[in-house]
Design a protein around this ligand. Structure first.
Ligand code: LHQ
Length: 264
């Protein structure tokens, strides 16, 4: 089955671990991998006892972006309409990650290039192995950063760094990415998977509704003034205050015991 080949998915300890699995192509995206990944994100969205997602790559890379062997025009064939590719494959994927009402952790296990870098950055919390590199490879093949890159980069690291990374295509190492605030943290290679797993497991046992509302509020903040944000926080807090997890969180605090959140 397509899913079993290009994307591996395994339910673990309350979260879904999704592994991009085309290691001989550095997990570059073809259509099949796109659809398989989106299928697994849909499973995560629709399964109540999956309360977080961990996305990573098989082999030595996280993802090298679009599979360029699918785009070979050396035989004189007509240029593909990349707008259609974005509209039908990359944009829905980024929207799906951002809209998923559960935390999405990305464990960048090696190079993340082109759309592969920006899909990683679209996730909620990004950990990277120290040896990983982030490459806005688009300029090297005459393209513009996509998959949300031109929106995410300036917001995360500012216009000066965003433009330089995008225009030069220079690799950024994981430590610098963390220092600049592009990602959450860089960890020793051998600790990446265990650290990402324990974070995913911790978030999966958290107050899922509150985490989902936090994700949405922070994302929405990029597009609106403080006044509107204050109103949205009021509305979200009203809902969070009616959740079972709020009641449990306060009870656990008062009883000096760990909270047992159910995600409801
Ligand atoms: C690959 C790829 C790859 C195929 C490594 N494709 N085989 C969106 C909409 C529509 C179309 C266009 O694009 C987009 C968005 C994009 O993502 S555009 C950007 C596409 N990605 C790139 O330009 C990155 C291309 N790859 C590289 O620059 C290097 O491979 C990096 C820096 C990622 C890794 O370098 P190395 O560690 O030196 O590995 P390598 O280059 O030797 O790659 C290993 C193999 O993987 C090799 O195959 P081979 O058969 O020789 O072992 C590569 O051809 C293959 N590979 N990326 N994107």
């Amino acid at each position: 089955m397509a899913t079993a080949e290009t994307v591996l998915a395994e339910k673990q300890d309350g979260f879904l671990r999704i592994t991009l699995n085309r290691p001989d192509r550095l997990n570059a995206f073809n259509e099949e991998m796109h659809l398989a990944l989106r299928g697994q994100l849909k499973v995560a969205a629709e399964t109540a006892d999956i309360r977080a997602v961990l996305l990573t790559g098989a082999g030595r890379a996280f993802c090298a972006g679009q599979d360029l062997s699918d785009r070979d025009m050396r035989d004189g064939s007509e240029a593909p309409d990349l707008g259609v590719t974005l509209e039908t494959l990359y944009n829905p994927l980024v929207r799906q990650i951002r809209a998923l009402e559960k935390p999405v952790i990305c464990a960048v296990n090696g190079v993340a290039a082109g759309a592969g870098a920006n899909i990683a950055l679209a996730c909620d919390i990004v950990l990277a192995a120290r040896s990983a590199r982030f490459i806005q490879a688009f300029s090297k093949i005459g393209l513009v950063p996509d998959s949300g890159g031109t929106w995410l980069l300036p917001r995360l690291i500012g216009e000066a760094r965003a433009k330089a990374l995008a225009m030069t295509g220079e690799p950024l190492n994981a430590d610098t990415a963390a220092d600049w605030g592009l990602i959450w943290k860089a960890v020793p290679d051998e600790e990446l998977q265990s650290e990402a797993q324990s974070l995913a497991s911790r978030l999966a046992s958290g107050a899922t509704k509150g985490l989902a509302a936090t994700k949405k509020l922070i994302q929405d903040a990029a597009d609106q003034p403080l006044d509107r944000q204050l109103d949205d926080e009021r509305d979200a807090q009203r809902l969070a205050g009616r959740s079972s997890d709020y009641k449990e969180g306060v009870s656990a605090f008062l009883e000096k015991r760990p909270a047992r959140f159910t995600g409801t």
